[in-house]
Design a protein around this ligand. Structure first.
Ligand SMILES: C[S@@+](CC[C@H](N)C(=O)[O-])C[C@H]1O[C@@H](n2cnc3c(N)ncnc32)[C@H](O)[C@@H]1O
Length: 544
């Protein structure tokens, strides 16, 4: 995963689509940038308030919740099904079989977390290959439109893949039974669970405590901008092909939510983006490493199992190495249990009262960074880049030539080329660790304040629940609480490590032997994923 991606995990590229090449080379559920013509050209949107207009971390009041509930939009289109509908799934499977999908070893069933999922009908071996969805049954930008003229207009106007695929879905959905994809579309949820189903007020209300709030608002805004761009440049110019009643903001949001939560990238097909019917009924697990891809010999989409399954067990795949916040944004859920890919973004900034502020800022900007700058604190460790930034921020040196070295070390590239950077003065090291501890503690306070405010709304017990079973039905407040709890867990771990580190450093400074007597920290139920911050392990690690 690119470092830059972690800092701006919905990367913006105003020239059009920029895809996020995250994680492993295998196929991943692919939620990335779909921006059409660039937000600067877009009209301002009354339905989406700007991030800065929202207050931070206000306790949520019941009246506010009622207001949110009463403004929730009704589905403005007749297609799709209830998120738990097995009947439409059955019809889908029959249609797929008639079109060449071979007999399956999994069956669509209701599952505890995730609505519907694919369940093994017999014992499945590790390494076994499943699915074999023929290429004629997958949707890509190359798929033929039932209304070829509409498809051609988008191609001729250079509309990027994401808005093209979204328009394809709407076009086919609007054809009803006349579309060859009608059985697929009928089995898609009418209310897919991405962040696009949240209003800006929902985000402001429920994600006020989380580092993800601004990203969520940006994401909603971006889809709004994309809709307005499409409307202005395509739909309004060809109203007979793109009637405004059908190509509405609501249907664009539905289509993007479907893409957010179901689109995959197929590595062996030149990284092609695709919707793969049937395969997209598989739910995600943070603990598996199985992905979809095209099998060269059969030219079909397959899943190779990375573990065995018993009959009746739900088969799971990986949507990629996603943090809980990313899973909430794209897929609308928070996984149960620890997620080793989880991280929370913290914001580090230079002190504007520092007399060397301008020189330090210049050094950062010369290397593509800024102040404030966001860094991902992962469940598995703190980023070394953050330590480099902290070192620059607390440096009392007037020697500006060192600033550049520190700024380089705060970037992904600089880290590899400068291994000597951590040999800095003990006093500066203490200050740098204290700087990071203060940032983490400020975020912890923010989250704690938010979670306390939520108690009124959710009842005392909910703060301690947050399991997949409870959040299976996805009330927004519960998702927000689960997210804030997971973010706070990461920050508590970081806080613990930093405090231990500071104790050691201060002991070293005062010549005491205390440092050598410290025990490795214990993380209770999270111990399962390893003593990640034990004294011998790396506490700071490079961002991937
Ligand atoms: C690719 S679809 C999977 C099929 C989906 N369950 C269905 O019935 O259409 C992705 C969606 O499934 C749900 N999902 C997947 N994995 C999940 C999990 N581990 N926990 C809760 N929901 C999950 C989320 O709503 C997500 O947006």
């Amino acid at each position: 995963m690119e470092y830059g991606v972690l800092l701006h995990f919905l990367p913006r590229d105003c020239t059009g689509l920029r895809l996020w090449d995250g994680g492993a080379p295998q196929a991943q559920y692919h939620h990335r940038h779909f921006f059409f013509y660039g937000r600067h050209r877009a009209p301002s949107l009354p339905c989406v308030a700007s991030a800065s207009s929202f207050s931070d971390c206000q306790p949520v009041r019941l009246e506010q919740k009622r207001r949110v509930a009463s403004t929730r939009p009704e589905a403005a289109f007749p297609w799709g099904c209830d998120v738990e509908s097995l009947e439409s799934g059955q019809i889908l499977q029959e249609w797929l079989s008639s079109q060449g999908l071979p007999p399956q070893k999994m069956e669509l069933q209701r599952v505890e977390a995730g609505g519907r999922g694919l369940v093994a009908q017999r014992k499945l071996r590790k390494g076994e290959r499943l699915l074999y969805v023929p290429s004629s049954l997958i949707i890509t930008t190359q798929s033929e439109w039932s209304s070829p003229k509409a498809g051609n207009v988008l191609q001729e106007n250079g509309v990027p893949e994401w808005p093209q695929l979204a328009s394809f879905l709407i076009s086919e959905a609007s054809q009803g039974k006349n579309s060859p994809w009608s059985s697929y579309i009928a089995a898609l949820p009418q209310q897919p669970r991405s962040i696009l189903q949240w209003t800006a007020l929902d985000v402001d209300t429920y994600l006020a405590g989380s580092s993800i709030k601004d990203r969520a608002l940006e994401c909603i805004k971006d889809v709004n901008y994309t809709y307005h761009d499409l409307q202005e440049r395509i739909f309004s110019r060809y109203p007979e092909l793109f009637p405004s009643k059908i190509y509405s903001l609501e249907s664009i949001k539905w289509a993007f939510s479907i893409l957010f939560s179901r689109l995959v990238r197929l590595p062996s097909a030149g990284q092609q983006l695709a919707l793969v019917p049937w395969a997209d009924m598989l739910n995600h697990s943070t603990e598996v490493n199985a992905f979809l891809d095209v099998e060269a010999s059969s030219k079909t989409v397959i899943l190779e199992l990375d573990r065995a399954y018993e009959k009746g067990e739900q088969v799971l795949i990986s949507y990629g190495k996603r943090s809980n916040a990313e899973l909430l944004l794209s897929y609308g859920f928070i996984p149960a249990g620890p997620n080793t890919n989880d991280f929370v973004e913290v914001e580090a900034e230079l002190d504007p009262r520092d007399e060397m502020f301008t020189a330090k800022l210049d050094a950062l900007q010369a290397h593509g960074l800024s102040s404030p700058q966001r860094f991902p604190v992962k469940l598995t460790g703190l980023p070394m880049q953050l330590l480099a930034f902290a070192r620059l921020a607390v440096s009392t040196s007037m020697q500006t030539q060192y600033y550049s070295q520190m700024a380089i070390a705060a970037t992904e590239k600089g880290l590899a080329s400068n291994k000597q950077q951590w040999d800095f003065d003990l006093e500066d090291k203490i200050k740098a660790f204290q700087f990071i501890l203060t940032i983490c503690e400020a975020s912890i306070s923010n989250l704690t304040r938010f979670l306390k405010g939520k108690e009124d709304l959710l009842g005392d017990d909910i703060i301690h629940r947050g399991t997949a079973a409870e959040i299976g039905r996805q009330p927004k407040a519960e998702l927000a609480v689960a997210l804030c709890n997971s973010e706070r867990t990461i920050l508590y771990r970081a806080q613990h490590v930093l405090r231990m580190e500071l104790l050691e450093l201060r002991a070293k400074k005062s010549g005491s032997r205390l440092g050598s007597k410290l025990n490795p920290p214990s993380f209770g139920p999270l111990e399962k994923i390893g003593n990640l911050f034990g004294v011998n392990s790396t506490r700071f690690e490079p961002c991937e």
